[in-house]
Structure formats: structure tokens, C-alpha cells
Ligand binder design. Structure first.
Ligand SMILES: *Cc1c(COP(=O)(O)O)cnc(C)c1O
Length: 407
């Protein structure tokens, strides 16, 4: 029996019900408007505050030298690339950037994508088919999860950082048809994948290893070469983004010449998408030069991370994850992502609001970005933060948690 046409609800009516449900569950999300530039100080909703929730780890998002490189390229090349790269959109700026990126991460070739999301979807869809198996950490970034789904591959989710589970999955998967994919630095937890051990396992079972280094590139390793340098591991497929530590936008895949040539033929998110503006490539190349020339940015970031963690310890602010399934707090020590797990959505929202009143911007992170029951403040540190700003955040966190206990 069919529903009479007149009683069908409109799309907007159905969406309104869904939105109401999200509001009731404290899962409704809104954007806050930023005026002007990113930096330690940021103007949000008309209010100047200190930001602790960007991925601008090295303070390059508003660096005048990077902006100047973009401006020069804009003058020379205009705004648009004009087409997809295979048609007529591949600019000399794109090629220069790809060559610089490949040299930096010491891989034969690199391919520029318009975003990390597009890179992960494009790679997984190109490399995997229905008969293949994707073995992936359960806390991987959403783009790796969706890439696996898009490819239609069999999906084996592995418990977070669990090497025994990886080995069991590899043993089960038919040889040569499995691919292992993991974040290097987990984006909401800040801990590191066990890359050297994973690389050994992958070599043993002859499965390619794909590493998404969005939060490690530019940050980890003395030279900023990310997970490759920090973990002395060379994955078969290396993905990193240009919108985080480099402060620009876009992403790249690095690997063998065969891998890159294959992606040029088959990565649909790359083939059928307009090449990024040449100015963006010029800006990213300038940012990459700064990453290499100014290791003091990583040193400052490292000092800031340590100051924050030590201050939190002294004030009894419980960073990291109490759940034994999740990593010990120590393993997150090296990265700028420092989560304060609060559990309930309302609790994370309330503490975020308290901090905002005090002049600190730390967004509340809720499901589906993190698993249910692990809503949190994802505090991120930057080389741009001054010591007093970190101390101020710590004091505000202490007061917020105390006010919560007394409520
Ligand atoms: C941010 C992020 C992406 C997506 O990159 P965009 O360039 O923002 O699309 C992919 N993977 C991880 C781990 C990320 O943190």
C-alpha cells in the first residue's frame, strides 16, 4: 500500500525533525565566525581571545612571507588553474611544489590533491576493489573510513593501535589483496600509531602500508619531515595535508613513481577535480621552505607542549584517556594535540563555554567526530603561543573544572 502523496512530509519537515533530535542530544553544531587572521590571538564572534583549537601548529597560517608568495603568484598566474590537471590545469607552480614535497619527504614522487579528504578517497578507491581488504585502525580519520567504503573493499577495523589485532587481520586476509591504513598522529587523541612495528608486519605479510600524516607533517622529527622521520618508517603510500602545519590548504600523496603514475590514471577525486589555484601551490612551497629553514618553530612548539602538560599535571587536570582501551597519556607527549576527555556532550559544551567567557577558545568535540561517551576538549598547541597564554589557559581550565565540581 502506498502512502498518499498529500501526507508525505517534505524534505524540510523531515530535516527539522532530525535537527530537533540533534539539539536535544547536545549534538547540534554551529560555526563561529572568525574576523581577520589566524594566530595565537584570534577575533571570533567579534571578541578577541586566545585560540587553542586550530591545526596551525607552527604559526604559519598568517605568515606574511607565505601570503607574499601567494600574492606574487596571483599577479603572475591569476586565481584559477582553469581545469583539471590532466586537461590544462597543471601549472608550473604545481610541479615545483610536487618536486619540493617529494624531495622533502625523500620519496621519488608526489602528487598534489585539493584536500586531504580528496587524497584519501582517491587513493583508496584507486587501489582497492571489492575483492580486496582494507585493514584500518578504528580511530582513523573519517576520510580513510569513507575511502574504504567508497572502494567497496572488505573492511577490517582493528582495535586502536592493537598490533596483535593487525596481525590477526593480516593472517586472515588473502595475500597481496590487503592494504593497511592508519593515521600517524590520531587527530582527536594526539597519540601515535606504532609505525615501525606496523611496517615490519606489513613487510612480513606483503601488504602495502598507507600512512595519513596530516598532523605529523611539518611537526614531528627534528627536520619536520613528519612520521617518516620521527618513526624512521617509509610507508608505501604517504599522505599529508598542507592546511595544518603548513598553514595553507591542499594535500599530497608521496610514493614510488609507479604509485603516482597509477594515481594520475585512476584517482577519481584527482582526475575529475579542478587543479588548485597556482597561488596556493606557491604559498605552500614558501611555507615548506620556512618549515625547513626555521627548526626553532618546532622547538618552541615542543616547549609549549611540555609546559602545558607539566602545568596540567601540577594542577591535577587529567589529560589523556582513562579508558584502558585507549593509550596511556605518555604516548601523546610528543604531539600538539592534547585531549581533555569529559565524556558527556553537555559537559564538554559547558567547559568550552566557560573558557570562552574567560577569553580562551577551545571547541568541544562530540560524536560522530569521536566515539560516543568520549566528548572532549581537543586542546591544540602552537609555536605561536606565548608561555603566559598557556598558563592562562591552564588557570581557566582549573577554575572551570572546579566550578563544575561545586555546581
Ligand atoms: C584534516 C585531516 C584530513 C583531511 O584533510 P583536509 O585537507 O582538511 O581535507 C585527513 N586526514 C586527517 C588525519 C586529518 O586530520
Amino acid at each position: 500500500m502506498s502512502v498518499p502523496k498529500s501526507s508525505r512530509r517534505s524534505l524540510d519537515e523531515r530535516l527539522a525533525v532530525e535537527l530537533g533530535r540533534l539539539r536535544e542530544q547536545n549534538l547540534y553544531r554551529v560555526r563561529r565566525v572568525v574576523e581577520g587572521r589566524h594566530g595565537a590571538e584570534i577575533v571570533v564572534e567579534g571578541r578577541r581571545c586566545v585560540g587553542f583549537c586550530s591545526n596551525d601548529y607552527l604559526g604559519l597560517a598568517a605568515d606574511p612571507r607565505v601570503a607574499a608568495a601567494a600574492r606574487r603568484a596571483l599577479d603572475q598566474s591569476g586565481t584559477g588553474s582553469g581545469a583539471a590537471a590532466l586537461v590544462s590545469g597543471y601549472n608550473a607552480e604545481h610541479r615545483r611544489l610536487e618536486e619540493a614535497l617529494a624531495a622533502f619527504v625523500q620519496r621519488p614522487r608526489a602528487l598534489l590533491f585539493s584536500s586531504g579528504w580528496a587524497a584519501n578517497l582517491g587513493v583508496l578507491r584507486a587501489l582497492l576493489g571489492r575483492e580486496d581488504t582494507l585493514i584500518a585502525d578504528e580511530l582513523n580519520h573519517a576520510s580513510l573510513i569513507d575511502g574504504g567504503r567508497l572502494a567497496g573493499a572488505r573492511y577490517l577495523r582493528v582495535a586502536h593501535r592493537d598490533l596483535a589485532a593487525y596481525e590477526a587481520a593480516l593472517r586472515e586476509a588473502p595475500e597481496a589483496d590487503a592494504l593497511v591504513a592508519t593515521d600517524s598522529v590520531f587527530s582527536m587523541d594526539g597519540d601515535l600509531a606504532p609505525l615501525p612495528e606496523l611496517a615490519r608486519l606489513c613487510a612480513e605479510y606483503r601488504a602495502p602500508l598507507m600512512v595519513d600524516d596530516a598532523h605529523g607533517f611539518g611537526v614531528l622529527g627534528a627536520g619536520g619531515r613528519g612520521a617518516i622521520e620521527h618513526c624512521s618508517t617509509i610507508p608505501d603510500i604517504y599522505v599529508a595535508t598542507l592546511g595544518k602545519s603548513l598553514g595553507v590548504a591542499g594535500a599530497f600523496v608521496a610514493g614510488s613513481a609507479a604509485l603516482i603514475e597509477y594515481l594520475i590514471q585512476r584517482a577519481r577525486t584527482w582526475v575529475f577535480s579542478t587543479a588548485p589555484p597556482p597561488a596556493l601551490a606557491a604559498a605552500a612551497r614558501r611555507a615548506l621552505e620556512i618549515v625547513q629553514a626555521e627548526p626553532e618553530r618546532r622547538e618552541r612548539l615542543d616547549r609549549n607542549i611540555r609546559r602545558f602538560r607539566e602545568g596540567a599535571r601540577q594542577l591535577g587536570i587529567p589529560l589523556g584517556l582513562p579508558d584502558s582501551r585507549l593509550p596511556a597519556p605518555d604516548s601523546a607527549a610528543a604531539t600538539p594535540i592534547q585531549p581533555l576527555i569529559l565524556g558527556a556532550e553537555a559537559r564538554a559544551l559547558a567547559l568550552s563555554r566557560f573558557l570562552f567567557e574567560r577569553g580562551y577558545w577551545v571547541a568541544a568535540i562530540r560524536p560522530p567526530t569521536v566515539p560516543p561517551g568520549t566528548s572532549r576538549l581537543r586542546i591544540t598547541l602552537s609555536a605561536a603561543h606565548a608561555p603566559e597564554q598557556i598558563d592562562g589557559l591552564l588557570a581557566a581550565l582549573r577554575d572551570g573544572l572546579e566550578a563544575e565540581r561545586n555546581a
